[in-house]
Design a protein around this ligand. Sequence first.
Ligand SMILES: CC(C)(COP(=O)(O)OP(=O)(O)OC[C@H]1O[C@@H](n2cnc3c(N)ncnc32)[C@H](O)[C@@H]1OP(=O)(O)O)[C@@H](O)C(=O)NCCC(=O)NCCS
Length: 163
Amino acid sequence: MADIESDPARTPTERELVDLIPHRFDPRVRSLLAAALGVSADGVVQQELDAYIDAPMRRLLGFLDDRVPVALIGLDFLGEHSAIVLHVAVAQEERRAGIGRQMVWAAAARYGLERMSAAGDPVSAGFFRTLGFCVRSVGETLPGLERFECVWHADGKDDDGGR
Ligand SMILES: CC(C)(COP(=O)(O)OP(=O)(O)OC[C@H]1O[C@@H](n2cnc3c(N)ncnc32)[C@H](O)[C@@H]1OP(=O)(O)O)[C@@H](O)C(=O)NCCC(=O)NCCS
């Protein structure tokens, strides 16, 4: 897979990506998922957690620091080498230290992903753009709420085959 190993990630510590489902009762996992969702309602967070348990093509992964969940990434596999990044969040106090970037590439390397996509707001679009995803606006889904589609291909192409 192109460029994952050589990605110039700022990786302060080499962390291991772990399955977060066994940690799903940890309030920190719930608060990371709430941050990714941009909601605080327990019911919504629980619904999303249940979907990771019920849907065979979904994986909820993340990084632990001394057994404390500090970052989360949720994937929905579209095929063997393609996944949607459904959720990504890093604990507030750990942000802007390269953990989010490290986690995305760790997930891609672990599953041999050749294509990843994500939908997001301007903040997540900024994050994915920095990682080399192609970002395009899909307009405002609600007034004042611009949404973006972010796509990464291992071969550097965009979805139309261009570069
Ligand atoms: C988005 C998020 C996951 C990024 O995690 P992170 O560990 O802070 O990201 P990194 O430190 O790996 O940042 C990599 C690059 O992405 C960009 N980036 C990170 N956060 C950004 C932000 N809030 N706005 C714009 N660009 C951002 C930066 O260019 C950064 O590189 P730099 O620090 O050298 O400038 C984190 O801010 C977060 O958890 N936010 C709340 C949840 C959320 O909004 N999730 C996205 C929707 S699913």
